[in-house]
Structure formats: C-alpha cells, structure tokens
Design a protein around this ligand. Structure first.
Ligand SMILES: C[S@@+](CC[C@H](N)C(=O)[O-])C[C@H]1O[C@@H](n2cnc3c(N)ncnc32)[C@H](O)[C@@H]1O
Length: 255
C-alpha cells in the first residue's frame, strides 16, 4: 500500500477544482457508453469524487470503490450507500475484481503509479475488453501570476519529487499520461486525451495556500535549498495570485 495518506479534508478542499477541471467531453464519452447494468470500478477512489463527477453529468451507474485507505472508503460509503467498497492494496492489477465491470476509472491516481503497474493494468483490462477513463493526472506544468524568479527551480524540484516511490515503486509522476497512452495503445486501445488544468484565482485562496505548502515540502525534500523563501514570497502575493496546475485526462477504449 502507498505510504501516502490522503486527508479527507484535502480531498474535499480540492474536489470543486477537480470537478471544474475535468474535461467535459471525455467525461461525457466515458459515462455515455455505459451499459446501465454494468459496474464502474474506481481505482483509488478516496471518498468517491469520480462518482460525484459522473452524477453531475447525470450518470449514476453502480460503483465499486477500491482503495487502500479504510477511513476514506468509510466516508465514500456514507456518501454513496449503494456502492460496493473494497479495502485493497492496488499493487497487483492482475487481482482486480472485474466481475460485472463495464468501465474502470481513476482520478488523481496514475501519477502515483509506476510504469510497469500501468502496463500491467493495460494488459489486464485488454484481456477483459474493458475501457479505462483516468482523470486529473498531473502533467508537470505549473505556473503562477505574478511570476517569481524561483518558480522554475521549485517546479523542477517538485517534478523530480513526483518520480519518487509512492509505495509500490518509482512513480511515473508527470509522465503518467504518456505512459498510459503508450501502454493502452500497445494493447490495441483507441486513446483520447485532453488537458484538465486547475485554474485557481483569488476565490481559491485556501486551496492555493494548501497547495503551496505541499509543493514547498516536496520540493524541499527533493533538495531545493530556497524553498522556504519561495514559499514566503508566494504567500505574500497570495491574495491576488492565480495558479495553473496542469493535468491530463485520458480515455482508452478497446477497438
Ligand atoms: C490523490 S488521492 C485521489 C482520490 C480520489 N480518486 C479523488 O480524486 O479524490 C489517491 C487515492 O489513491 C489511493 N491509493 C494510492 N496508492 C494506493 C495503493 N497502492 N493501493 C490502494 N489505494 C491507493 C489513496 O488512498 C487515495 O485515496
């Protein structure tokens, strides 16, 4: 299981930005092709954000939530009482419970996973002929206004940190969407991708502040010396700052 614990408060704080960022066309395509009797299996479901994104689009399939964190899954089942929830370490895609599943989804997960895990997932889903929709994969792009001279160094260090082991091997980090594209294409899937950046402004000060804290901590751990000064400088302009955090959504459909 991942060493990382994701606080429910953090997931709740980011959810409105996540929902606004998801590419609407890919989400409509992913949810639109569903057989109403089939189950959607959500990998690393947390508290069920993907299910809520689908329901905002009027799609309310049967959900099977998988996550290694029992506390997050108990919140997910409180919010989605009809959903199945299974506490499981996702490290081995060959053991995924795919019975009755018509679509596999994830959000904010692929960038935590290693390249060979994505390859194993693609192989497993291709054998079962199941499509895959993965939203909000961090793609390495971050920018702010106003710009600061240290932004580039902090971003570079943060992106290096993203490649570290998140519990089951070196993560793909910013390379997760290209890795997924390559793996699923190799297994005969048709791929669509779309950008799904967070675009945050003064109305998102609380989210921006938490995000800055996380970026500074990761970049410091990656060896960037000026992180504390950068964080102070960023905080001093927070009230009128904007941030753009890049993600890529991907939909892979068997041909
Ligand atoms: C960034 S959170 C995203 C949660 C949710 N999909 C969302 O968009 O709000 C990543 C989730 O993946 C789960 N996770 C990460 N690595 C895992 C692993 N190896 N096995 C099971 N769950 C894992 C975490 O517990 C967490 O709930």
């Amino acid at each position: 299981m991942s060493d990382l614990a994701f606080a429910p408060d953090w997931l709740d704080l980011r959810e409105p930005a996540d929902h606004a960022a998801r590419d609407a066309t890919l989400l409509a395509q992913a949810s639109g092709g569903l057989d109403p009797t089939s189950i959607v299996l959500d990998l690393g479901s947390g508290t069920g954000s993907t299910a809520r994104a689908f329901s905002r689009f009027g799609a309310c399939p049967r959900w099977r939530f998988l996550d290694g964190d029992a506390r997050l899954l108990s919140i997910a089942t409180a919010r989605h009482p009809i959903a199945e929830a299974i506490v499981v370490d996702l490290r081995d895609p060959t053991t995924l419970p795919l019975d009755g599943v018509g679509l596999v989804t994830s959000s904010a997960l692929l960038d935590l996973m290693p390249r060979d895990w994505i390859e194993a997932l693609a192989r497993r889903l291709s054998l079962a002929g199941i499509p895959f929709y993965a939203a909000l994969n961090y793609n390495g792009e971050m920018s702010w206004t106003p710009k600061l001279s240290d932004d580039a160094r902090v971003i570079e260090a943060f992106n290096r940190h993203q490649l570290g082991d998140k519990g089951i091997g070196p993560a793909t980090g910013p390379g997760s969407a290209p890795a997924a594209r390559a793996a699923f294409e190799r297994h005969g899937y048709r791929i669509s991708t779309a950008e799904s950046p967070w675009t945050l402004g003064p109305d998102d000060v609380v989210l921006q502040a938490e995000l800055l804290k996380g970026i500074a901590a990761a970049s410091g751990e990656a060896g960037e010396a000026g992180t504390e000064d950068w964080l102070s400088a960023r905080r001093s302009v927070l009230e009128h700052a904007t941030a753009r955090i890049g993600h890529t959504d991907i939909l892979a459909v068997p041909q």
